[in-house]
Design a binder for this molecule. Structure first.
Ligand code: DX5
Ligand code: ZN
Length: 223
């Protein structure tokens, strides 16, 4: 299965975000990762459906909306309307996960369930049956530029085992602190989709940096 690279534009420069997104696409980005934060579920506030609309209209790859917000059910239809093709919600704040993932799928998007670093993998053992992807956080959500939590590598390979056993079609996405120096390990441990924020946007040449990461990802063979 081809491994996918998803630049997290939260780490970009909002003044030049269109140009930066285009640079990642020229460099081989497969998905645009769009972080939505409400200042309640996580200690930061970011962007919403209006900005997503401007982006999704202009890019020809899927936009992946990572919802770090309270009561995501209320906003899911607006994000689908805005053009999000992938939508993920956190298991920690969704009481009726079957209902929420089914809603996302019924609206025509891929449905993802997210785990914070402190949440046991067993929390998604049921939801994985009806999720298109599981997003494993390798930092505590809220900010770009944090350090990768090393324990995430072991969690990744355990999650891959769970996925292989329960729903082989479900993808595993990893988000937080992934850079050129650990991306190969992350893919080898089990990631199918790799989110990279500061590891791309802090480079001078965003296109070249995206290409470099994409090449590293493609060369890493999962073991
Ligand atoms: C963190 C976000 C991430 C973040 C990734 O809450 O979900 O997507 O922007 O940025 P880096 O790769 O810099 O950790
Ligand atoms: Zn994210």
């Amino acid at each position: 299965m081809e491994k996918l690279l998803a630049p997290s534009i939260l780490a970009g420069d909002w003044w030049n975000i269109g140009e930066q997104i285009e640079a990642t696409l020229r460099g081989g980005a497969d998905i645009i990762h769009f972080d939505v934060m409400d200042g309640h579920f996580v200690p930061n506030i970011t962007v919403g459906p209006e900005i997503l609309t401007s982006i999704s209209r202009r890019v020809n790859v899927p936009v992946d909306a990572h919802l770090m917000i309270e009561n995501p059910d209320r906003y899911i239809p607006s994000f689908v309307e805005a053009g999000a093709k992938w939508i993920s919600v956190h298991i920690e704040n969704v009481p009726h996960i079957h209902r929420t993932l089914t809603l996302i799928r019924e609206l025509g998007a891929k449905a993802g369930v997210v785990l914070n670093p402190g949440t046991p993998l067993s929390a998604v053992e049921e939801a994985i049956h009806y999720a298109d992807y599981v997003l494993l956080m390798s930092v505590n959500p809220g900010f770009s530029g944090q350090r990768f939590i090393e324990r995430s590598l072991e969690r990744l390979s355990l999650l891959r085992d769970m996925r292989d056993r329960l729903n082989p079609d479900c993808l595993i996405e990893v988000d937080g602190g992934v850079k050129e120096d650990n991306v190969v390990e992350v893919v080898r441990a089990g990631a199918d989709v790799v989110v990279v924020g500061s590891g791309i946007f802090s480079a001078k040449d965003v296109e070249a940096q995206t290409r470099k990461l994409k090449d590293l990802i493609s060369s890493a063979v999962a073991v």
